[in-house]
Design a protein around this ligand. Structure first.
Ligand SMILES: [Zn+2]
Length: 486
C-alpha cells in the first residue's frame, strides 16, 4: 500500500494511467489515460496530463476508471432490516411493511436505515441514489431522512412517499409543503421527486398528487407493472390525464402490455429495472428483453436491502442474465437458437451510469467522464484479487467479474470519499450503533415470536413427482452389469 495521500478540500486530484470508460457518445475505451479533477468537476481526460502543483495523485494502473453508478430506486430506510426478508415474496413484503409493521418505524429508524444505505452506496461506487422513501409517515420522518442523506458525502434524490396515507392526502398537507420549502433547496447534492403508486382505480384518486408534482416542477417515480398491484390501467389513467412526462420513472415496468410500453416510449419516460427484485419477489419477468424493442430508456436499481445488497454490480449481472435467459427461452420455444446475444455488457454498464443520469434529467452533468462534467468517479482496482487480471474486456469485466470489494477509489462531486478500499469521512461505527438500536427496538416491540415468523415464512409443501424409473428394482435387474459383478 502506498503512503497515504492527504485529500484536502480544494486540492485537485488526478487518477493516473487507468483504463478509462468515458461512457460518452464515442463509446471509447481509453487505455493508459488520466482523469484530472479540479473542484467539483472533471477538468481533463487524456494521456499524460499536466496537473496543477500540489495535485493528489492516485495510481489507476491496472484499474478501470468509470463514472459513478446511479441507482434510481432504493428504499433506503429498509436497510436497517438488511437481509431479513431474504425468503419473502412481494406479498409477504407488503404485509410486513404496508399492513403490519411499517408503522413501527420512528424517525430515528428511518435515519438509521438511510445512513447505512448511504454509506453502503458510496462504498460500492454508487455515487447517486434515489431514496424511494415511502416510509415518511410524518414530516419528522422526512426530516430524519434528509438529515441522514446530508450526513453522508454521496449524491441523493429524496423521492418523497408515504405508504400509510393516500398520495392525494399527504401531498396536500401544509406540513408537506413547508417541508419542501425548508429542506429542498435546489442544491446539486439533493434532488427531489414524488414517489407514489397508481392503483388503476377508475376514479384516478392519485390525480391531485400528480398536480402537486407538476406545480412543484418535480418528476414522479411510480411502481408500475407490478403483478397483482399496478398495471396497464394505471398507465392508461396517467396517459389519459396527461401526467406521463419525460421526468416520469416507471419502476419495474414488468407485467405490462405492449400498449403501455408504447405510451411510455411516446411520452419520453424511462424504466427503472430492479432485476434481482423482479426475479425473487414476483413483479413480473425482468422486462429489458421486451422494452429494448420499444426504445425506452433504462436505468438500474436494486430496490431494497431487506433482500439484496445495495451494489449495482449484481444489478448489471442479473440484468444481463435475465435478458439473455429470456431471449434463449423465447427462441427455443420456436425451435430456434440464439447465436448472437442482443444485450451486451456495455449496455448494462451504460444503464448503470448514464441511464440513471438520463432518468434523473441530469445527463448533461452526471453519468459520463468528460471535461466539464461533475466529478463522480469510480476506480475499480484490486491488486490482491486474482479476478483483477487479465483486463481484456472492461465492460465485461465490470458486469461479470467485478464486485463491490474491487471498488478502490470513489469521488463524489470532486471529493474523495473512498480510497484504497477505505471509506473517508464516514463514521461506520456510529451507523452500526444506530442500526443496532433500531433492530433492538423493532424486535422487542414486535415480540420474539413475531420477529422470527416474519423472517422465516412458511415453506410451501413440495410434492415429489412420480418417477417411472423407480417402479421396478433397478439393482435386481439381472442384465445390469454392475449387479452381475457384485
Ligand atoms: Zn420498490
Amino acid at each position: 500500500m502506498s503512503e497515504r495521500i492527504r485529500f484536502e478540500p480544494g486540492r485537485p486530484t488526478v487518477l493516473r494511467g487507468g483504463t478509462v470508460l468515458p461512457m460518452d457518445d464515442g463509446r471509447r475505451v481509453l487505455t493508459d489515460t488520466d482523469v484530472l479533477v479540479v473542484g467539483d468537476r472533471i477538468a481533463a481526460v487524456g494521456p499524460g496530463l499536466p496537473v496543477p502543483d500540489g495535485t493528489a495523485e492516485i495510481d489507476a494502473t491496472d484499474g478501470i476508471v468509470m463514472p459513478g453508478m446511479i441507482d434510481t430506486h432504493r428504499h433506503m430506510w429498509q436497510t436497517a432490516m438488511r437481509g431479513y426478508g431474504a425468503d419473502w415474496t412481494l406479498t409477504q413484503y407488503f404485509v410486513w411493511y404496508y399492513l403490519e409493521h411499517g408503522r413501527l418505524f420512528r424517525p430515528e429508524d428511518v435515519h438509521a436505515g438511510n445512513v447505512l444505505a448511504a454509506i453502503e452506496a458510496i462504498d460500492a461506487g454508487v455515487t447517486t441514489v434515489v431514496d424511494w422513501s415511502h416510509g415518511l409517515q410524518t414530516v419528522d420522518h422526512a426530516d430524519a431522512a434528509v438529515d441522514a442523506l446530508r450526513s453522508v458525502p454521496g449524491r441523493f434524490v429524496l423521492a418523497y412517499g408515504n405508504i400509510q396515507r393516500a398520495p392525494a392526502e399527504w401531498s396536500a398537507a401544509p406540513e408537506f409543503r413547508d417541508f419542501v420549502r425548508r429542506r429542498i433547496t435546489g442544491d446539486d447534492m439533493l434532488g427531489f421527486q414524488l414517489a407514489f403508486d397508481v392503483t388503476g382505480d377508475p376514479s384516478f384518486p392519485e390525480k391531485p398528487a400528480f398536480e402537486v408534482a407538476r406545480e412543484l416542477g418535480v418528476g414522479v417515480t411510480t411502481h408500475a407493472g407490478v403483478w397483482g398491484a399496478t398495471g396497464d390501467d394505471g398507465i392508461r389513467l396517467m396517459h389519459d390525464h396527461g401526467f406521463m412526462t419525460a421526468e416520469t420513472v416507471y419502476v419495474h415496468a414488468a407485467s405490462l402490455s405492449a400498449d403501455s410500453y408504447h405510451r411510455i416510449a411516446a411520452t419520453g419516460g424511462s424504466i427503472s429495472v430492479s432485476t434481482e427484485s423482479e426475479q425473487s419477489a414476483g413483479q413480473g419477468y425482468p422486462p429489458t428483453w421486451a422494452v429494448r424493442a420499444h426504445g425506452i430508456p433504462v436505468s438500474l436499481s436494486m430496490d431494497t436491502s431487506v433482500w439484496w445488497s445495495g451494489d449495482l454490480f449484481s444489478a448489471m449481472r442479473t440484468t444481463l442474465g435475465a435478458d439473455r435467459s429470456r431471449e434463449h427461452m423465447e427462441a427455443h420455444a420456436k425451435g430456434d437458437t440464439v447465436t448472437h446475444c442482443g444485450l451486451r455488457a456495455e449496455q448494462v454498464v451504460d444503464w448503470a451510469t448514464r441511464g440513471g443520469a438520463r432518468a434523473l434529467g441530469r445527463d448533461g452533468e452526471l453519468g459520463t467522464l468528460e471535461a466539464g462534467r461533475k466529478a463522480d468517479i469510480v476506480l475499480i482496482k484490486n491488486e490482491r484479487s486474482p479476478v483483477s487480471f487479465p483486463l481484456l474486456n472492461p465492460y465485461g469485466h465490470i458486469a461479470f467479474q467485478a464486485q463491490r470489494g474491487d471498488v478502490h477509489t470513489v469521488l463524489v462531486n470532486g471529493r474523495v470519499v473512498k480510497h484504497e478500499h477505505r471509506l473517508l469521512g464516514v463514521d461506520l461505527a456510529a451507523a452500526r450503533r444506530q442500526v443496532e438500536q433500531t433492530v433492538e427496538y423493532l424486535r422487542t416491540t414486535m415480540g420474539e415470536e413475531t420477529w422470527q415468523q416474519g423472517m422465516n415464512p412458511d415453506v410451501p409443501e413440495t410434492t415429489l413427482l412420480d418417477n417411472p424409473y423407480t417402479y421396478t428394482d433397478y439393482h435386481s435387474d439381472s442384465t445390469h452389469t454392475r449387479r452381475e459383478s457384485e
